[in-house]
Write a protein that binds this ligand. Sequence first.
Ligand code: PGA
Length: 261
Amino acid sequence: MMKPKIVIGNWKMNKNFDEAENLICEIGEKLENYNLETEVVLCPPLVYAELVTDIADQDNAQFYAGVQNVSEYENGAYTGEVSAEMLASMNVAFCIVGHSERRKYFGETNDIVLKKMLRLLANDIVPVMCCGESLDERKSGSHFDVVKKQIEESIYNLTPEQMERTMIAYEPIWAIGTGETATPAQAQEMLAFIRSLIEKKFGTEMAVSTYILYGGSCNAKNALELFSQQDVDGGLIGGASLKADDFIKIIEAGETVCKDN
Ligand code: PGA
C-alpha cells in the first residue's frame, strides 16, 4: 500500500507581501473544500513565515507552514541569519535544506546541510533535504555516485531517531525550472536507489517509512504519472506552486493516487 503523498510548495524568492498573503489565503480557502489525505506544505520566503504559520495554525487549515532556509548556527552574533529556534517559536513545521540553488549560489556544502538539519531536528522542525545531480553529471553517468555522496555526507550522520523525522527530495538540477521533467522512470529509478541507501544504513522499516519526494518541473500535467511511481512519495514544487489552481491540481493528483491504491 502506498502512503499518503506530501506536496510541498517552494516559492523561492517570489511574491511581495500582499501577493504572498493572497496566495496563502487562496490556497487555504480552496483546500477547505477537501478532506485531504495528502499533506500539503507551503514554503514562502522566510520573511513571510509568520503569515504562513498564522494561517496554518487555524483549526480548519489543511496545510503546514514551512520555510526554505535556516541558519546552521544556534543563536547569537550572526547578522542577517534566522535560527531554527526562532522558526520553531513561530510554529514553522518544515524547512527545505540543501536546495541546489543554495548549494550553487550560497556555497552550501554537505557539511553545512548536515549542520542545518541537526539544528532543525533539535527544534522539532522537519528537514526536507534536497539532493540531485547536474546535467553534466547525468550525461557522464555519475548521477548515482553524486547523490550517494550527498546522502552519505549528510543523512548518514543522523541517528535513527533523527532519520525518522527527516524527509528527502530528489531534484535533478537539469529539471529545475527548465520545463524538462525527469521521466517517471528516471524519477523512480533514482528514488528507489535513495531508498536502498536508507535501507543499507537504517534498515528496511526506515527505508519504507521515509518520505522521498521528486522535484523539478513537476506540474499539474505530469504530477499524476510521477506520483504513481512506486517510490515517489510526493513532490517539491517550484514554479507550479505559485498559482493556486495549478498547485491544487498537483495536490489532487496526490489524492487520486492515494485513493487508487
Ligand atoms: P520547479 O522547481 O518546480 O520550478 O522546477 C522545483 C524546486 O526547485 O524546488
